[in-house]
Write a protein that binds this ligand. Sequence first.
Ligand SMILES: [Zn+2]
Length: 376
Amino acid sequence: MALKDFVGNEQVVKFLRKVTLKGSLTHAWLFSGPAKVGKRTLAIEWAKLLNCQSPIDSSEGIDSCEHCSSCRHLSPERPSYAQNHPAVYIVDTLLAAYWEAVEKAKGAEEVDLKKLSPKLSLGINAIRTLRDAIAHQTFGRYRVIIVDEAERLTEEASAALLKTLEEPPDKTIFVLVSANPWAIHPTIRSRCQPLRFRLVPMQTIAHALKSKGLSDYEVNLISRLSRGRVGWAMEMLQKEELWQSRSFLLSIVKMMAEMNWWDVFKFAELCTKGAEEEESGDETKTASQRRQLEELLEGLMLVWRDIWASNLEVEDLVVNADWLTTIKQIAKSSDWAIKVLWEIRQTYRQIRPPFNANPQLAFELLAIQTMKGALQ
Ligand SMILES: [Zn+2]
């Protein structure tokens, strides 16, 4: 992959090409915008271009060659801990988990990579990578340090980063990536050149999916479901488990539509499956379970929004188009979709910081609040 293959946010790509060609580069950048629109991917592709040994000049503008030894060492698909470019470093919550596992196992050979699960924050391990990166001599033209989910840097890590940003080493570029830029330390934010990403139009995503050989039905469904998040659409093509979690989502929605008192406990148990390990105090596990719950609630909000749209007879707005029959059935028998949406939103707030409510209890409450009979 090179810049020419990047889908959406054309203005951002154009801008980066221009500044690269000019060679007048600010040393700190902040790529912000919605999740899964390609911020991290573009940061890596840009690092590739900056270090390419024989960049090409295509009709679309300057681009990396994809063949030189530098280009071959860098791939957005590879996880952060497996990147082995001598001048490009990717700091993220998975790398933090990797370093922690290496420490525990007393050696990288012992680490079970399949069991790695991203950490909640970027702390001491992030600083270590940062220091290592700066201590090493640069072999590429630019040393590029990408910090993904920069809002997760701890106070300590933020202070270390700030110090480096204030006395930047030569030929070093920092790219901070974040979907929640306001949560980044304000002084760090003020040192960065902001670059804002936007959601990608549905037609652009559809076009990209079509070029991958998908049927019209699949193109239509996935581009609708993606809601502008091109990265999510591409993941859908590769990960079978994402489709499985969709059918689980549908079963949960059906259960909500028919909920009675006997189902409350079962509903909460199904939704929070696996969350019982929380008590173990393992922060990594807790983080990934909380994320799963958040994703489930986001999915539920979307389906209930569809049911609401169907209530209002604006079915063009239904995103989960492949479930239209079921959505119509539920909409016909239930006119409380807006109330359910509100309650899901409340649960979503409660299970996240700073509240961190017990998931089982939060979902039991959701079940009770959204039960038909309980709404009078
Ligand atoms: Zn190259």
